[in-house]
Design a protein around this ligand. Structure first.
Ligand code: ADP
Ligand code: MG
Length: 246
């Protein structure tokens, strides 16, 4: 396994945002992590990526125990994540933002710039390289978030609602980008609310509810699981199913 999370608990006082979650991620797969708002998905990502230290549980990445490791140590080992709310250096250009990621493995500016240029081309941001990040709209910011993560040259990429707020046309472009990332050999865990995205991208879906994994399996089967539909995903899911997607 590339990543093994076992019995992860993240408590805030008496409240457990993550309450005993397990996740196995095999090399090369795309996992769709779904569940209602407040289910604990982002908090779980925080634990996986070292941005929060879980109250209990263990996380192994590439065979190493990273449960208490820093975000930088995770990144060095090959784990990158995008944030649900993009973390952009507003006064820097798009290229400079991507270079922040590239500096993880490249001490010299020229080398970091080469990596950044390659990632900018790969993510379709090359035309915006010299644009100040502050002038980007939502799609550009979401893409930049992915680009900065890719510039750290990860083996595992955690995408937290990287497609939220995009138009259907932009979502299609983003899906194509995620496919190309996978084709590079990068393993992906993607949190996404749009079921069409999960159905078309993910090989396995994992459903979070109240900090626990309540269902996992083939996306179609998970989407059709009545317990998941009625109890946890409600009307949005039903609408998608009626639409005959998949
Ligand atoms: N730092 C925090 N302190 C207290 N509660 C938090 C904190 N972070 C998240 N939570 C709570 O944990 C729950 C899960 O949040 P989150 O992980 O953001 O869910 P999701 O990403 O699935 O929407 C929510 O009820 C949220 O309010
Ligand atoms: Mg979230």
């Amino acid at each position: 396994m590339l990543l093994e999370a076992r019995g992860i608990i993240m408590a805030f006082g008496a409240f457990r945002a993550v309450d005993g979650a397990d996740l196995d991620v095999a090399e090369g797969e795309i996992i769709g992590l779904i569940g209602p708002n407040g289910a604990g998905k982002s908090t779980f990502f925080n634990c996986l990526a070292g941005d929060a230290q879980p109250t209990a549980g263990t996380i192994r990445f590439r065979g190493q125990d990273v449960t208490r490791a820093t975000p930088e140590a995770h990144a060095r080992l090959g784990m990158a994540r995008s944030f649900q709310v993009p973390v952009t250096f507003e006064d820097m250009t798009v290229a400079q933002n991507v270079m922040v990621g590239a500096f993880l493995r490249h001490g010299h500016r020229a080398a970091a710039r080469r990596v950044a240029d390659e990632v900018l081309a790969f993510t379709g941001l090359d035309q915006l390289a010299d644009t100040p990040a502050r002038s980007l709209g939502t799609p550009g910011r979401k893409r930049l978030e992915i680009a900065r993560a890719l510039a750290t040259e990860p083996q595992l990429l955690l995408l937290d609602e990287a497609l939220a707020g995009l138009t259907p046309a932009e979502v299609r472009l983003a899906i194509a980008l995620v496919r190309r990332i996978k084709a590079r050999g990068i393993t992906i865990v993607i949190v996404e609310h749009i079921m069409e995205v999960i159905l078309s991208l993910a090989e396995r879906a994992v459903v979070f509810h109240q900090g626990k994994v309540i269902a996992a399996g083939a996306p179609r089967a998970v989407v059709d699981d009545p317990a998941v539909v009625t109890a946890y995903l409600g009307h949005h899911m039903k609408r998608v199913r009626r639409g005959g997607v998949g």
